[in-house]
Ligand binder design. Structure first.
Ligand code: SAM
Length: 324
């Protein structure tokens, strides 16, 4: 157990924690290793080592694979400890599971692979033999420890790969609403491509509109490296259609499963640490009542600090936009 209930928390802290009752109830919903046909594995969270599962999933069952494994750092995920190795050791580790994982990907499928600057060259080296490299998105995470003799490490990368040249990408679904800096008008004084001071822009490979989950956000858990729902929502909306299957073999606190549910995708999640797998199930329960993704409303992603101008919260928008 990770000790989520024992900590002292501030009054406005909305971090999701599990009670003993939650754990007992949710344990029964965890999938173990009873893999059968495609349908039987969908919308399930396996509490298992991904190495024991991915090779047994049906071939070509996934439209999109989200990879957010331990980065090449010394880091503990509950009882699982990951040790930093050389670039080659990290690339070798990726190659112990990548080929069997890619069996599950459809020929038209896409893969996103998260990493920090130190893991990046190994990720590219390991994956370029098996996939087509399309891009590398840099996410300005902002949060990071200042260094006295180095640049603060405040960004992460998300590598974008596809299995072939026949792939799906919905650019319209991931446009970003940004404040207009140069408010040009036509000869009649009408705004050119903007409305109410905002313009819908093409999404670039530099993402500055997403914060890490903070303790005051309802999506936050005690997982040490939880991804923001807004970030995963961009990946899913760009590279999958409603009903498509999203596979995440390093599920953590379940962000990709939760966002899949909120955006009407199917999912398969695998997580080795029971407490995180249970947190993912709890988040899925809550997603039945709140399908909002903070920073995304009425089909649009909003830049940071635009909450006051975002459309008024609807019940189904959850807590949208407090911080983003
Ligand atoms: C970087 S975190 C993923 C965080 C996740 N994206 C989220 O939003 O919460 C990596 C996760 O992989 C899990 N993990 C590590 N090795 C694993 C393995 N062999 N099989 C399944 N899960 C594993 C860790 O316990 C950790 O929760």
């Amino acid at each position: 157990m990770i000790g989520t209930t024992e900590k002292e928390r501030a009054g406005l802290n909305r971090t999701l924690i599990l009670s003993e009752e939650d754990r007992t109830r949710l344990r029964g919903q965890l999938a173990t290793s009873d893999i059968t046909q495609r349908e039987a594995n969908l919308d399930r969270i396996f509490h298992a080592d991904m190495l024991d599962i991915v090779g047994r999933l049906p071939a070509h069952c996934a439209d999109l694979i989200i990879l957010d494994p331990p980065y090449n750092l010394d880091k503990s995920f509950g009882s699982v400890k990951f040790r930093r190795g050389t670039r080659d050791e990290y690339a070798q580790w990726i190659l112990t599971w990548l080929p069997s994982l890619l069996r599950t990907l459809k020929p038209s499928g896409s893969v996103y692979f998260c990493g920090d600057w130190r893991s990046g060259s190994a990720i590219e080296a390991a994956c370029e033999e098996h996939l087509i490299v399309r891009n590398r998105v840099t996410w300005e995470r902002e949060k990071g420890r200042g260094a006295s003799a180095n640049w603060k490490n405040a960004s992460e990368d998300i590598w974008f790969f596809t299995a072939s040249n026949d792939y799906f990408f919905d650019v319209e679904a991931v446009k970003l609403k940004k404040k207009v800096i140069a408010p040009y008008t036509d000869q009649n004084g009408k705004p050119k491509d903007w409305e109410d001071g905002y313009r819908l822009t093409h999404p670039s490979n530099l993402w500055t509109d997403i914060t890490v989950p903070f303790w005051s956000m309802p999506e936050n858990t005690d997982h040490p490296t939880q991804k923001p729902e807004k970030l995963i929502a961009k990946l899913l909306l760009a590279s999958s259609r409603p009903g498509d299957v999203v596979l995440d073999p390093f599920l953590g606190s379940g962000t990709s499963a939760v966002v899949s549910r909120k955006l009407d995708r199917r999912f398969i999640g695998i997580e080795i640490e029971e407490e995180f797998a249970l947190l993912a199930l709890r988040r899925l329960e809550l997603a039945q009542y709140d399908r909002g993704v903070q920073g995304y409303s009425e089909g649009t992603f909003w830049e940071r600090n635009s909450a006051p101008v975002q459309p008024k919260k609807k019940r189904s928008d959850g807590d949208g936009g407090l911080f983003q």
